[in-house]
Ligand binder design. Sequence first.
Ligand SMILES: [Zn+2]
Length: 356
Amino acid sequence: MVYFVVELDINRTISDISETKVNRFSNSPAGEHYSALTPSSVNPVIDRKTKPITSQSSKYQGNGLVGMRNLGNTCYMNSALQCLLHLEDLRDYFLENYFRSDVNSNTMTQGNFAEGFADLFQSVWSGNLNCIVPTNFKKLVNAYRPDFRGNDQQDSDEFLVFLLDALHEDLNKVKKKQPMKEQENEGKTQSEASYVAFINWESSNKSKISDLFYGQEMSTLTCTTCRHSSIRFDMICALVVPIPNVVHHCRLQDCLSLYTEGESIADWNCPKCRRNSKESIKKLDLIRTPKILIVTLKRFSKDFQQWTKRQTFVEYPKTGLRINGSTYKLVATVNHFGTVNGGHYTASVYHPDLKV
Ligand SMILES: [Zn+2]
């Protein structure tokens, strides 16, 4: 199982950039298998000692080290795309055209995202290009997400969730969706309730994307007056984790612990004691782990109507990240650096065929 991290890092100042580099694989002891890809770069970063990929497939002419032209503040899109376009689990599916039999043209996007994404995949791995210009793909995004039109800066994590959702719908094997049943979790064991919620969701959602990226999150609300608990389940394709306050340096595991620790929620009407609980606790758990886990670091919080940002340096392991019985290996990161008024995204990806 693999994971990648999206750093939501709008406020990072220039003086922090050197610190950011510590997180970049290319400067790390294990960096030989990673390559920093700068989305706006015309010339891809290629190590001269890189051996070519010796794949039997005609689709793998290149080594995938291809730049992506910035079309005007589109680094949020390019960095997310670079991460997805280098995931081994998606490569054969799109390059060998297996996806084609899954394309569902009855969706709102009529299969266009699946086709457009496959075109990008083929361009990146064709071996014919040093840099690709994702104009057509951006037009597609603009057509279905008007708020991404123009040259405004956007959040990479928001784009990623939108794209995975669009790809999932375009590749959904369930051609006619059933209305989602209301969850009735009272009286069921946790595993039973989780299973029923998952089966209900899966009866309308079954795609290569959901198989790989979607996990099940359980939220538990507990009334502090009578201890009554209420649980519900949601399928998510990105795990958004908070960053501990105050500390300057922490590990990703600390963020994950904080995520599962729970927080106070005001004004929840407890169905059992009917009191407006002042101190109910909302706790989250990722109980069904996806094969590919996307972790978004939540660097922003709103305290007294003012947005503040955690400047904490977060260290994440290259291998051995344990979440609920699953073990993950790091394969990509999206980094943002700049100021509150503007910045730039870059991506770093794991490249299994690179040997230095
Ligand atoms: Zn209660």
